[in-house]
Design a binder for this molecule. Structure first.
Ligand SMILES: Cc1cc2nc3c(=O)[nH]c(=O)nc-3n(C[C@H](O)[C@H](O)[C@H](O)COP(=O)(O)OP(=O)(O)OC[C@H]3O[C@@H](n4cnc5c(N)ncnc54)[C@H](O)[C@@H]3O)c2cc1C
Length: 468
């Protein structure tokens, strides 16, 4: 007798191992693996170009793992699911939960719809170590400060569950839907081709990266993770965002390594949890200041400065290096993300939403929770944010965290021959030194678009105007 047909709806869980919903579906019957590219309700947060590139390759890889059985559709998930469940006489549909506010609402509608059609729906936690509604303060309200969230909430909770195996047997329904290519995710211009040189996409690549990180890199994580030229961070963020790897797999792989590096890495995974908790409990996080007093902040509209920041042409070398790394690789090191974000919102006084929007389009790890929470953190208006008056000085940040200049020289090659002393502040270099290095300010490399000292003072004055 043939087994009942159940749908596994892949979303941000593009993997076979440690996939609770897929495992349950495989136990329940023959599985129709489904992906729906749906941004109908995403509003201003439709998937950006770099993410679409990643998604294309991730789905292609998943489809290979599924022997070409992944069925892809584009459009409104509510309509597509209603059509499929009646077309296939499906008895149940399984998925792992997502936390973007528009998806939470859509999931609720889909559940109601399935109930009225008499089809069972079951959702699982496949993306977080702890559900946002489980990790709460003793009074039942969400944490607003990271340290107690981590120390009491995360470390006080039962340890994250151990990773689950791949379904031991996965009986797949014959293909009858669209292919990955039909989703037309790849951008029309060839810019994205460069991304392929920087990344290996898919579950197997994610597992290989985790293995290398834990066995070779984690030992230097605590001391090395602030230095962008070093390969001392995991670079797991896009794999985690698309669910090619689960946070449980990352957490437990690191647990095997004892010492402070493990704790530091666990804490970073907990920052991800904190961001998701903030997004879940404050769904306006991507659009509104978390601290409403910032609603009166006198942001500047300066399209020219914004454009130069986006293109890595600010004349501030470490900022330009970061923005060009982003453009060329779809990624930027965390230390440099903080520096470029601080420069935009504090030295240029441009709204953090403009920065978040650019990151959203260019990052392969663009993630609504992490991006929104991090931008608000840097801008000073977020939960447990960096105090507004902590304004990164991009010259000293460069000198401290790129001491031999190799990161900056890699992405700003026109300054490569400048001696270290002036690499981060070419505007102070003597004329003969600039000549020798082949640098002509205003021609081969821009003059700085902001005076760091004066713009710092303007930022502090603007902050004071809020009456804080
Ligand atoms: C302005 C700004 C925007 C950001 N936008 C994003 C984004 O869109 N997507 C994204 O995943 N991260 C974002 N981050 C957080 C952080 O920069 C990246 O997660 C990290 O650089 C990814 O590199 P990694 O995987 O090597 O990190 P690792 O240092 O190896 O950390 C491991 C994992 O922990 C999580 N993590 C680390 N730091 C943070 C953090 N500060 N907040 C939340 N989670 C964290 C990530 O999932 C990361 O993959 C942003 C940070 C800033 C300052």
């Amino acid at each position: 007798m043939s087994r009942p047909l159940v749908i596994h709806w892949f979303r941000q869980d593009l993997r076979l191992a440690d996939n609770p919903a897929l495992l349950a579906a495989a136990n329940a019957g023959q599985v129709l693996p489904l992906y729906i590219f749906d941004d109908v309700d995403a509003g201003d947060h439709k998937m950006g170009a770099a993410s679409r590139w990643w998604l294309h390759h991730s789905l292609s890889s998943l489809n290979t793992e599924l022997n070409g059985r992944l069925q892809c559709f584009a459009g409104d998930a509510r309509e597509i699911i209603a059509r499929l469940v009646s077309q296939y006489s499906t008895v149940a549909i399984y998925w792992n939960r997502c936390y973007e506010p528009w998806r939470v609402e859509q999931d609720r509608e889909i559940r109601e719809q399935l109930q009225s059609l008499g089809v069972a729906a079951a959702s699982f936690n496949g993306s977080l170590l702890w559900e946002p509604w489980e990790n709460l303060k003793s009074d039942g309200t969400p944490y607003k400060v990271f340290t107690p969230f981590y120390q009491r909430g995360c470390l006080g909770a039962p340890a994250p569950r151990a990773p689950l195996p791949c379904p031991p047997s996965l009986e797949l329904a014959p293909p009858n839907g669209g292919t990955v290519s039909e989703l037309q995710l790849l951008p029309a211009n060839p810019w994205h081709k460069k991304l392929g040189q920087a990344w290996h996409v898919g579950e197997q690549a994610a597992q290989a990266r985790l293995k290398t990180f834990v066995s070779e890199i984690l030992k230097d994580y605590e001391t090395g993770r602030d230095f962008p030229a070093q390969q001392s961070v995991s670079r797991l963020s896009p794999h985690l965002h698309f669910g090619e790897i689960s946070p449980n797999q990352a957490w437990h792989a690191a647990t095997a390594i004892s010492g402070s590096n493990q704790e530091t890495f666990h804490k970073e995974l907990a920052w991800r949890e904190f961001s998701y908790s903030l997004l879940f409990h404050f769904p306006a996080l991507p659009d509104n200041n978390w601290q409403p007093k910032f609603d009166a902040f006198p942001w500047r509209q300066d399209d020219e400065a914004l454009h130069r920041w986006q293109r890595g042409q600010t004349g501030i070398p470490v900022v330009d290096a970061g923005m060009r790394e982003l453009w060329e690789t779809g990624y930027m090191h965390n230390r440099i993300r903080m520096v470029v974000a601080s420069f935009l919102v504090k030295n240029l006084l441009i709204h953090w939403r403009e920065g978040a929007r650019w990151f959203w389009d260019c990052l392969v790890d663009a993630d609504l929770a992490n991006n929104s929470a991090s931008w608000q953190w840097v801008a000073g208006c977020g939960a447990d944010a960096a105090p507004y008056f902590r304004i990164f000085n991009p010259v000293t940040q460069g000198e401290k965290f790129d001491p031999d200049g190799s990161y900056t020289r890699r992405f700003v090659p026109e300054l490569a021959s400048l001696p270290d002393k002036y690499l981060f502040r070419p505007w102070q270099a003597p004329a003969d030194l600039l000549d020798e290095a082949g640098v002509s300010l205003g021609q081969t490399y821009p003059h700085p678009i902001a005076d760091l000292k004066a713009s710092r003072e303007s930022a502090l004055a603007a902050f004071k105007s809020l009456g804080t």
